[in-house]
Design a protein around this ligand. Structure first.
Ligand code: NAI
Ligand code: MG
Length: 362
């Protein structure tokens, strides 16, 4: 099998961690019978500053037509409005219909008072909610500014996010059981938690909640094998930090899911550890949860683990669980040895951690 992956390092430490992930993929021993072609693709804020476009049409075409999957680094998005610029990652998710962002948050010992393990999978709806970016500014009667954002929730997007949550709840424990037999941390029946705030936003979040409930109620397999519960987003945050061990698969609308999953990264100790995958029906793009980290770029301080795990998550989601498992295990072994970057209190460089993971693999 030869897989063609598009690599989109984009900005900042994306240019350091994507080459690291590539090096690890190339180090996979031949027994996994998978080889790689890599195609470099441009995107990002720096590319915008150079050329006036953040996401060249060529990148979209290459990914769509020539690639079996992709790895995205990170973009530096300015927090003020820059004329003509919009985030390429948001656009890519839309162009490739990557409708769910899947984020496993796993640690033997979470950074909570109790130190309980955390083993959850956050599924974030990726196409709508406030991120449709329909914002307007008007003026109030007294002349002061008023800003308004539109929030879109559809039955279609809610249904497919829900389907993915139930499917992944059914599947993921069998993969994890293989990964470390007897060690899987969530011991209960697969469980899905719907996150919403429909006590306040009864129309939008109400549609989200009812649609996912309907998916469950009308599917006998889900009803038999999966538990369904729900949690208001504010108390979800509270419980996630108090007792993360009670959660398994969590499914949330775009904005809540974004915030929850970055917050959940604190439970495992560093943003530099947490991978994600943007998943659609025909394409998958791995992407570390962290941003471009301008404060540490160019200093060999970036933790490559999130990007390397994102490469494994990509493989897992396009039907190659065995090499994915090998990468997860090599990463866990190197972390357990204590060879870690400064974000985890260590002294190792990006390159040293990457080399150690490659060595562990072979
Ligand atoms: P950030 O994730 O880039 O950094 C937050 C903190 O975590 C920083 O102190 C950084 O040094 C540290 N950190 C992040 N990744 C790390 C890694 N792999 N190893 C070690 N330390 C790591 O978030 P921030 O600072 O809010 O945003 C910086 C830029 O990144 C902004 O322009 C923002 O728009 C962009 N961003 C892009 C994202 C994406 O491409 N998906 C997601 C989040 C932010
Ligand atoms: Mg985020």
């Amino acid at each position: 099998n030869t897989l063609t992956f598009g690599l989109i390092p984009a900005d900042g430490i994306g240019r350091e961690v994507i080459p690291a992930a590539r090096q690890v993929l190339e180090a996979l021993p031949s027994q996994y019978q998978v080889k790689f072609n890599f195609v470099h693709c441009d995107a990002g804020f720096e590319h915008f500053q150079k050329t006036g476009t953040a996401l060249p049409q060529e990148t979209i075409e290459t990914l769509r037509n020539d690639c079996d999957g992709a790895l995205f680094g990170a973009v530096s998005s300015p927090s003020h409005k820059v004329a003509g610029y919009s985030s390429p990652i948001v656009a890519l998710r839309k162009h490739l219909d990557l409708y769910a962002n899947v984020r496993p948050v796993v640690a033997q010992q979470s950074k909570t008072a109790s130190g309980q393990p955390v083993d959850m999978l956050i599924i974030r709806e990726n196409t709508e909610c406030l991120y449709i970016k329909k914002e307007t500014q008007t003026k109030a009667e007294d002349g002061s500014a008023v800003a308004i954002a539109e929030r879109r929730i559809t039955e279609h997007a809610s249904r497919r996010a829900g389907e993915m949550a139930f499917q992944m709840a059914l599947n993921r424990h069998s993969v994890r059981e293989k990964r470390s037999p007897g060690q899987r941390m969530w011991k209960g029946l697969p469980k899905v938690t719907i996150v919403h705030k429909s006590n306040v936003l009864s129309i939008t979040d109400g549609l989200w909640r009812e649609t996912i409930r309907h998916v469950y109620d009308t599917n006998a397999t889900y009803r038999k094998n999966v538990l369904l519960e729900e949690q208001l987003v504010d108390s979800m945050v509270y419980r996630m930090f108090r007792e993360p061990e009670v959660f398994d698969v969590v499914v949330a609308p775009n904005l809540y899911g974004d915030i929850l999953s970055d917050g959940a990264a604190a439970l495992v100790g560093s943003l530099g550890l947490v991978p994600s995958a943007n998943v659609g029906d025909t394409f998958v793009m791995g992407e570390p949860v962290h941003g471009s980290a301008p404060d540490i770029m160019g200093q060999q301080k970036a933790n490559p683990v999130a990007a390397i795990r994102s490469a494994a998550l990509l493989l897992e989601n396009i039907g190659f669980p065995a090499p994915a498992l090998a990468i997860y295990t090599a990463v866990d072994d190197v972390l357990a040895e204590g060879l870690v970057t400064p974000d985890l209190g260590g002294k190792a460089t990006t390159q040293e951690v990457t080399d150690a993971i490659c060595k562990q693999l072979s």
